[in-house]
Design a protein around this ligand. Structure first.
Ligand SMILES: Nc1ncnc2c1ncn2[C@@H]1O[C@H](COP(=O)(O)OP(=O)(O)O)[C@@H](O)[C@H]1O
Ligand SMILES: [Mg+2]
Length: 309
């Protein structure tokens, strides 16, 4: 991926010794509320790319496989996708994509590398921002580093059409921040009750923290279309009734042994077993996403502005 700007995601100095300088670029006039605080660093706008956060209340529901395979399927369709591994405690997108990155976010936070220098290219041209696994300090990403990371991402945006963020499971502060900073949240659940109830709890918490746009729902590892439909129906019902939100169904991925087989081969299932039911479902989701227009909010609030809103 060609790089042009030399901006450290840590907010520190570039190797050339120049301090971090963010270019003020605004594509459209600021709305009044924004204009009132035009000098605030949060208002350093930049070109904006549709950004989706993949979240789940419970772990192990297939979120990382969804993000990785969707990215590759989108790559097949010609989309330029940047995949951010934001599960900082249990990062695994590099393994799922068969990559062996030398550097990761740890090196960015320690100011050894620039964000653009750790990006690696995966299957179908997918760009990955890898994270290190098992570094507890990274999991407690403070607001400053989180903001610098998002700001650094903004500098990479010019080269991509979509940014997919694989966040950690649960409701830690960085997880909520990533979800609220993204344009759209894709809530992943399996048909199992604990996953379902945790997904609902997470949507509720996000709503309390200011989420205005309803999340999209993906049911993973469904035994049948009917089962997926039933789960979606129930989740939509409770979200509408108790949270006044209307989450949109983005479909489902069937339970498919090809997924763990591909994981063992360290390959995305869409390339390892392209004809498997799961691969077809990931592709259908990619087609839906790539064909769907970005929502009204996604062009009006750049990532960092929303983080600080
Ligand atoms: N559709 C599926 N069918 C069968 N197994 C799946 C499916 N999706 C995910 N898995 C398996 O579930 C496990 C957890 O998936 P992962 O994507 O790592 O979840 P998360 O990121 O939510 O923790 C993996 O071992 C993976 O092989
Ligand atoms: Mg994961």
């Amino acid at each position: 991926m060609p790089r042009r700007s030399r901006v450290s995601a840590t907010g520190g100095e570039t190797p050339a010794g120049r301090p971090l300088r963010l270019v003020r670029r605004r594509a459209r006039p600021a709305p009044p509320a924004v204009a009132a605080a035009a000098d605030h660093p949060a208002r350093w706008a930049r070109p904006h790319v549709r950004t989706l956060a993949f979240a789940s209340g419970k772990g192990g529901v297939g979120k990382s496989n969804l993000a990785a395979n969707l990215a590759v399927a989108l790559g097949e369709l010609g989309a330029r996708v940047l995949l951010l591994d934001a599960d900082l405690a249990q990062a695994n997108l590099d393994l799922l994509l068969g990559l062996n990155p030398r550097y990761d976010l740890q090196h960015v936070f320690s100011q050894e590398k620039l964000l653009e220098e750790i990006v690696v290219e995966g299957p179908r041209g997918v760009s990955l921002v890898p994270a290190a696994s098992g570094v507890p300090a990274l999991a407690d990403l403070d607001d400053y580093r989180l903001e610098c990371l998002l700001r650094g991402l903004g500098q990479l945006e010019a080269d991509v059409d979509l940014i997919l963020i694989d966040v950690a499971s649960g409701t830690s502060r960085p997880v909520l921040s990533f979800c609220l900073a993204a344009d759209e949240v894709v809530m992943v659940t399996t048909p199992e009750m604990p996953a379902f109830s945790d997904a609902y709890a997470m949507i509720k918490l996000l709503k309390q923290r200011g989420l205005t746009r309803p999340p999209h729902l993906v049911v993973n590892a469904a035994a049948s279309p009917e089962e997926a439909e039933e789960v979606t129906h129930r989740l939509r019902l409770v979200a509408r009734r108790f949270l006044q939100l209307e989450p949109e169904s983005w479909g489902y991925v069937p339970f498919d042994a090809a997924v763990p087989s591909a994981v063992r081969r360290q390959e995305p299932v869409v390339t390892a077993f392209p004809r498997s039911p799961a691969a077809q479902a990931y592709r259908a989701l990619a087609a839906r996403l790539w064909g769907a227009p970005a929502g009204p909010e996604s062009t009006s609030h750049p990532l960092v502005e929303k983080l600080e809103a």
